[in-house]
Ligand binder design. Structure first.
Ligand code: NAD
Length: 260
């Protein structure tokens, strides 16, 4: 039961973040959702979640690659929900290209969103969490925070960075009731991955089913996608008081990928 917690879930207008925001709200949290998309669709999601959870659900359209927008998002949070108890750093993008062809602006964008924004949101909440002696930061990293794949240099670099930041923040928060953890999912069937499946199918001239079997899930021994629901459940668990010793951890939810 997470009743009374005010939490921010970045990148929650789609995919994993949307599932996490839903799970947290239904468990009792007031939630600020954030991300890009069609305004009417985002508003429908926000209003539905507010009605089904009976919590305050607010929306920020902040582009988290920009520091000024992150700071504005925090003032908006404080004005609308009050103090911040938890952050789920989930916003992230992917780009697949060999190093010598990797667009440099895309490199900068991925590092800004997938890594730097994790530092900035944590930085802006840390003082308050320390004073209250209670805080939760949950970073949605990836199996690619622990191991690499070719052609994903920026993503793998950013996600490895997130693991380092998770451990450092866990140490700094340890005596202040602040727990900082990373969840490392394998492949999850969201719009981010759906695009990769389609691109790979085109590039290799293979049917979708075969791409899923032989390319996407090749390294995931369960041969099953990680589900949004199981990530949402794990996030609610880490947000709770149920596991006081879990901090600085990498919670692998990758179907055995890194056990190979
Ligand atoms: P998604 O594309 O479905 O959702 C990404 C979210 O981030 C969207 O809400 C989008 O609007 C938001 N976003 C994009 N750019 C933004 C910006 N500049 N500022 C603010 N928000 C922005 O992706 P997803 O698959 O749900 O991925 C969510 C997280 O999970 C990412 O960090 C991703 O790296 C991680 N992850 C995904 C998978 C997977 O297989 N899908 C696996 C491991 C980790």
């Amino acid at each position: 039961n997470l009743t009374g917690l005010n939490v921010l879930v970045t990148g929650s207008t789609s995919g994993i973040g949307q599932g996490i925001a839903t799970g947290l709200a239904l468990a009792g949290c007031n939630v600020m959702i954030n991300g890009m998309g069609t305004p009417s669709k985002i508003e429908a999601f926000r209003a539905n979640l507010e009605a089904s959870s009976n919590r305050k659900i607010i929306y920020s359209d902040a582009d988290l690659t920009k520091l000024t927008e992150i700071e504005k998002m925090f003032s908006h949070f404080e004005k609308s929900l009050g103090e911040i108890h938890g952050i789920v750093n989930n916003a992230g993008i992917q780009h697949v290209a060999p190093i010598e062809e990797f667009p440099t602006d895309m490199w900068d964008r991925i590092i800004a969103l997938n890594l730097n924004s994790v530092f900035h949101t944590s930085r802006l909440a840390f003082k308050q969490m320390k004073q209250r002696k209670w805080g939760r930061i949950i970073n949605i990293s990836s199996a690619h925070g622990l191991t690499a794949s070719p052609f994903k240099s920026a993503y793998v670099t950013a996600k490895h960075g997130v693991m380092g930041f998770t451990k450092t923040a866990a140490l700094e928060g340890a005596e202040f009731g602040i727990r900082v953890n990373a969840i490392c999912p394998g492949y999850v069937r969201t719009p981010l991955v759906e695009n990769q499946i389609n691109d790979t199918a085109k590039a290799l001239n293979l049917p979708i089913d075969q791409v899923i079997e032989t390319v996407m899930l090749e390294r995931q021994p369960t041969k099953k996608f990680t589900t949004i629901e199981e990530i949402a459940r794990m996030t609610c668990f880490l947000m709770s008081d149920a596991a006081p010793s879990i901090t600085g951890a990498d919670i692998k939810m990758e179907g055995g990928w890194t056990a190979l």
